[in-house]
Unconditional design. Structure first.
Length: 188
């Protein structure tokens, strides 16, 4: 049964809205994993292209875990490839480039800043959270971001990470405990 032109347009619009909705958070996830804006952007774009080519025809209720699995696979592949590249750099006397770039999302104006002191406190907390999350081991970071940030349930997270639900629970629990310890000074 072939889709009508209107159904294809609605489907494409829904897909575009989905991708626009996950784009910024996916970039943050990739940036936390790579510590490099350009690499993160490449990973997100690659994940989006792969997702669209493979899963655009799936029901939109299944898109979130499928997209995040695609993104997480790209991140894991990036880590594998970068460890190999780093070994070659060490062998040949090279060193990793310094990351002098800034976060483009920090340049977006926040229209809801009523109090400069509260704004500073939120910024410090945000920076501390980002730093703490980036210090987590890869699998713990993946589980935490997918569960807490993306709101995926345990089964969806397990699917996205390519592991069992028990592993997700373990990684998530360890991540939460580590983050609590690292962010203890911000506890009220």
């Amino acid at each position: 049964m072939e889709q009508s032109k209107e159904e294809r347009l609605d489907s494409n619009e829904t897909l575009n809205l989905f991708l626009a909705g996950v784009e910024r958070r996916a970039f943050r996830m990739a940036r936390l994993a790579t510590s490099d804006d350009d690499e993160a952007l490449d990973l997100v774009q690659d994940a989006m292209l792969a997702f669209v080519s493979r899963y655009a025809g799936k029901p939109d209720g299944e898109w979130a875990p499928l997209f995040h699995r695609t993104l997480q696979n790209r991140i894991v592949d990036w880590h594998r490839h970068s460890s190999v590249r780093n070994r070659f750099r060490v062998w040949f006397g090279g060193r990793e480039e310094d990351n002098n770039g800034s976060d483009p999302l920090e340049n977006v104006a926040d229209q809801s800043l009523p109090d400069p002191a509260a704004s500073l406190q939120r910024r410090q907390l945000g920076t501390a959270i980002e730093s703490a999350v980036s210090r987590l081991p890869l699998r713990q970071r993946q589980a935490f971001l997918l569960r807490a940030w993306e709101g995926l349930d345990t089964a969806q997270t397990a699917f996205a990470m390519g592991c069992s639900e028990g592993s997700v629970k373990t990684h998530y629990s360890r991540a939460v405990h580590t983050l609590r310890d690292l962010l203890e000074e911000f506890a009220s």
